[in-house]
Design a protein around this ligand. Sequence first.
Ligand SMILES: Cc1cc2nc3c(=O)[nH]c(=O)nc-3n(C[C@H](O)[C@H](O)[C@H](O)COP(=O)(O)O)c2cc1C
Ligand code: SF4
Length: 693
Amino acid sequence: MARNPYFDILFEPVRIGPVTTKNRFYQVPHATAHGYKMPNAHAGVRAIKAEGGWGVVNTDLVSIHPTSDDAPFPYLTIWDDADIAAHALMVEKVHEHGALAGIELWHGGASVANLFSREAPMGAESGRATYNDPVQSRIVNKSDIKEIRKWYVAAARRGKTAGFDIIYVYATHDYLIHSFLSSKRNFRSDEYGGSVENRVRLLRELIEDVKNVVGDTCAVAVRFCADDGASRNNTIRDGSVPEVEEQKEMLSILAELPDLWDLNVSDYSFEMGSSRFVKEASLENYVSYVKSITSKPVVSVGRFTSPDTMVAQVKSGIVDLIGAARPSIADPFLPNKINEGREDEIRECIGCNICWAHDNRNAPIRCTQNPTMGEEWRRGWHPEKIGPKKSDDEILIVGAGPAGIEAAVSLGKRGYHVYLAEATRELGGRVSKESKLPTLSEWNRVYEYRFIQLEKLDNVEVYRESKTTVDDILEMGLPHVVFATGASWRKDGFGLLNTQPILPQISNNRIFTPDDIMNGHYPTGRALIFDDDHYYMGSVIAEKLIEQGCQVDFVSTFSNVAAWTRHTVEQERIQERLINLGVNIIPSRNLKAFDGNRVTLECVYTGSEEEIQVDGLVMITARIPNDDLYYGLASQAEALSAAGIKSLARIGDCLAPGIIASAVFSGHKFAREFDEPDPGDVPFKRERNVVGL
Ligand SMILES: Cc1cc2nc3c(=O)[nH]c(=O)nc-3n(C[C@H](O)[C@H](O)[C@H](O)COP(=O)(O)O)c2cc1C
Ligand code: SF4
């Protein structure tokens, strides 16, 4: 299909110093957690983005020196010449597709604890390491500054040797250079502290140094925070007023020095905000002033997935380039789809921050929407291509939740004839239900994207309101049956802390689960949520109950609510929201008993007990796989063989309840591996260290 001419502007080339990008699609630096130990996997991610049409593809942050070591998190290095080859691998693959390659040169300053190198961290001041290690940085002195400038120059030279087109000076996110710029971090009395002129000195010197050594062939970009939020303690909330006066002064001094300005804000939970709290293009008010100060191209971010929004950003003069991390992770082929008039096929990021959560947990990148993300090299998966079918066998999939629908679409694309049977009228399973809970509406994109794909596949037949029984399946006699029947929330209290049920009398009609709430059965009056799950569900159920007019107590076995969401950069915002909604948070308590009227709680530290009178109890602890149908068939070997059924399989929550990303991955993996040779014990390639010197 032809491109919609309205989007032509997005495909205009943009000059960035000595180089030119073929279009305005700019993958900003983002980590993949492959780090220096997995260069092939890292190059695989970047190659696929270039193939998908991104004009510029950047690295993760890349450490320039052992004094900037992000351990325990994986990170890239350009410490010496031996690191060049790994970067050249990525550059070569990015160039093959006509994209520019950029490298983000990083010094972590006082934010890192240097747990690997054991060097003392360095900062404008002696600050605490960000991740709460009991470590402080040493104060950078004048001779350190000389060294830092040398390290940057050496790293930039190596970047140029590796073939990069864009070299970053990374001056935000609280790292070393930002600590000099920020009035919250820099209290120095020398020429690098005090006035704005002094605080930008280090950044100015570094831009000039890097330009001097690589500026003839490489563009020099600066990542800079356009709003430093000093008086808001960094938090941008609805209605916050941009705080840009100092940043304006800094930009006025430096405006024409680099070849490109890459802008963010200092509140990471806003810059990379989850869709629960931050909507598309939310940085606009905070960065829009910059283009009036500089003539250099400007890029910024905002979870851009709508081509209309992208055009509006360029036409209204906010940015020249559309920066994207998560949209490029969810759909590496986003630019090509717009270019080919296939906007309806964009796999839109849902803003769940599972990608970041895994970076934050030292695990290779993954994505809820894109099950191939991070699997390009090690499993050879491509987000837009899948191998053809190997037989004419037909497949029945029972359950059209995230796993079932993903398996149906992927098997359908391989050419198999698939029957997708769903017990209810609505497809999408847990995704459709959960996305109706407060703040989760964008999660329904997981279903919407797949539904559009399903509609295009004549070989996938969908049967709604088909509650399938053992006899139905035997009667159909299709050779392969896949169970994607999901999981149900438990009522009995079994969870993370309680490895035994604590409420055996589960018939009590004052005990509810998230499934009850999602099916429209609510407690009334005073409702107590018991959360031993610690992800998002407890907090969205709390909001739902408040909407329903309940008075809500939120009991957690942990010391804060939704503790796991610290990995998705949401925990503080969730806790703030619940406090503002008037939810009574009761931390560090376990549930001992419930008699229908009174809940007995126990302090997890002291064992002391207290009772609370409530009208309803909502249990958010763990789920049980809905696998009765599977076992009902699996136990009938003879009947299966008589019916011609060759294989039974479980996928998604029916196999092992987990996050939505795991369900989608499970469905996709099943489709990829179906009818293929056994991949063996280790179904993916691994990168190995060289043994010896
Ligand atoms: C998984 C992940 C890793 C990131 N790693 C980096 C990084 O290494 N360096 C950096 O400057 N920003 C990093 N970011 C922030 C992004 O560059 C970007 O500013 C942010 O995600 C907002 O853009 P988006 O809405 O397009 O995702 C990361 C973001 C994500 C999602
Ligand atoms: S994991 Fe979630 S936030 Fe990250 S890119 Fe995928 S859909 Fe978007």
